[in-house]
Design a protein around this ligand. Sequence first.
Ligand code: PSU
Ligand code: MN
Length: 302
Amino acid sequence: MIRLSEEVADALARGLPVVALESTIISHGLPQPRNLEVAAELEEIVRRGGAVPATIAVLDGVARIGLDQAGLERIATQPGLRKLGQRDLPVAAALSACGATTVSATAFLAARAGIRVFATGGLGGVHRGFTVDQDESADLDTLSRTRITIVCAGVKSILDVPATLQRLETRGVSVVGYRTGEFPGFYVHTSGIPIDWRVDSPAEAAAIMKAQDALGGAESALVVANPVPPADQLDPELHDRVLAEALAEADRRRITGQAITPFLLDFLVKGTGGASLEANLTAVRGNAAIAAQIASYWSKEN
Ligand code: PSU
Ligand code: MN
């Protein structure tokens, strides 16, 4: 049910650095045709950082760890491709379905394959309005019981960021800022919320991973929160204004569940004239680069 590409299998067997990449950001998070270019570009960034990229998706019921060009094209262009969280994986496997994997499904599959480092844009989390609709991304649950290091630009700013940080704390997920003492704001440099820990190098991140393993206990994740540089961020005022419009529109149209994240991301792209897309891409690129460095350091040490 899980198939590794030859390159990824070989790299893992030889203890070479590997970085997992998710596919939902390609299929549901970014507009076509840019998304296919980005899929290729992220893999290239990981390679330049000295690691092997493993983009993960489910094709014809098989969880694929490491996609070839044809696989990348399918996740970027196939109409009606599903968005798969961890709970969807057995169903997709049994019914030979195709789908892109979210952070929860990707982290689960990566860990099963023996990949320790994962790069994405922003984590899912607690949605605004949680007290009414109980929408908390399965990403948080998976990270609370999966031994993986995930490099992200925080959580998507469409979410309730303080509540998400609180949930990460409650569920025992370690969170460190990468060269920052504030939790990043995904499209913007900072969410304004301080975090307790920061690391300043891949070596420090790898040391935490080593300590996680040495201490044992629950197999929880390490979140390495890496902000977009201030020069590349979305203008915070524009961000706040368009986000308020997006949330109001989602409310009006009663968009909920799996559809809400893609809807809001898309609304932001249109409402900011593409500026949110550029900030999103800068975030993901930076995360892929840092993930490659951490994976490289990790493989040297282990
Ligand atoms: N980050 C992005 N774009 C995305 C996502 C994250 O920059 O599209 C995706 C991830 O796959 C994440 C998912 O796991 O959104 C969360 O969706 P939900 O809130 O439905 O769990
Ligand atoms: Mn959700």
